[in-house]
Design a protein around this ligand. Structure first.
Ligand code: SF4
Length: 225
């Protein structure tokens, strides 16, 4: 049986209007969070029988650092977390992924990630339409996203997954096709496409309830899918 470890980093620079996940913008807590996570890993390692040895058939095959926005963590904390995973759960993971936001990507940042053993990057791009990115309160622009893919590849990480979203208010099928084409032109190894969801409690949901925006109909959403 293959085993994967997921590490959650619940911090974001700002909150996107559609997001129903918990995340905090209090960056002053990041280092404490990282050190507490490491402490917990050491305290509870014995509960994960069979993960503690390279020879175990259950040894760790993949590690995934998700969020939130893990690329907002200081590099030293990312390194300490990964060191701690290999101390607590020795193995030879085939794939080590981190989720990033395009605006955090610099050549130095990616080469550090690579030196920590990270060999896959999952990037939340959502759309290449700048007005929609602003509408969503995403922090990056379309050109930043395109540059980020190039920087990641130039720094030697080829395994890149891109998240896209469809079904924005007033979006046409052609506009969605243009987003998909741009994504394909960047030659990622994987594309995840999600329909925009109206999660209760989010600013987006309030806008819908107040009649400020309208949902696209099910037929259009189905065609986009
Ligand atoms: S970056 Fe991701 S986790 Fe953070 S608020 Fe936006 S959608 Fe939610």
């Amino acid at each position: 049986m293959k085993t994967g470890i997921y590490i959650h980093i619940p911090f974001c620079k700002s909150r996107c209007i559609y997001c129903g996940f918990y995340s905090s913008t209090l960056f002053g807590l990041q280092h404490n969070y990282a050190t507490t996570l490491i402490k917990e890993m050491h305290l509870r390692r014995s509960e994960f029988n069979g993960l503690g040895s390279i020879d175990s058939p259950n040894s760790v095959d993949t590690i995934y650092i998700g969020g939130g926005t893990p690329s907002t963590l200081p590099l030293s904390d990312i390194q300490d977390i990964l060191n701690s995973v290999s101390e607590c759960f020795p193995g030879n993971p085939r794939e080590v992924t981190i989720e990033v936001n395009p605006d955090d990507i610099t050549p130095e940042f990616v080469s550090c990630l690579r030196s920590f053993g990270i060999n896959r990057i999952s990037m939340g791009i959502q759309t290449f339409d700048d007005s929609r990115l602003q509408f969503l309160h995403r922090r990056h622009t379309s050109s930043q996203a395109i540059d980020a893919v190039r920087i990641i590849k130039e720094a030697g990480i080829e395994n890149i997954s891109i998240d896209l979203m469809f079904g924005f208010p007033n979006q046409t099928l052609d506009e969605w096709a243009a987003d998909v084409q741009t994504a394909i032109s960047l030659s990622p190894t994987h594309i995840s496409a999600y329909s925009l969801m109206y999660e209760e409690g989010t600013p987006l949901y309030r806008m819908l309830s107040e009649g400020k925006i309208t949902q696209i109909d099910d037929e259009a959403s189905l065609s986009m899918y």
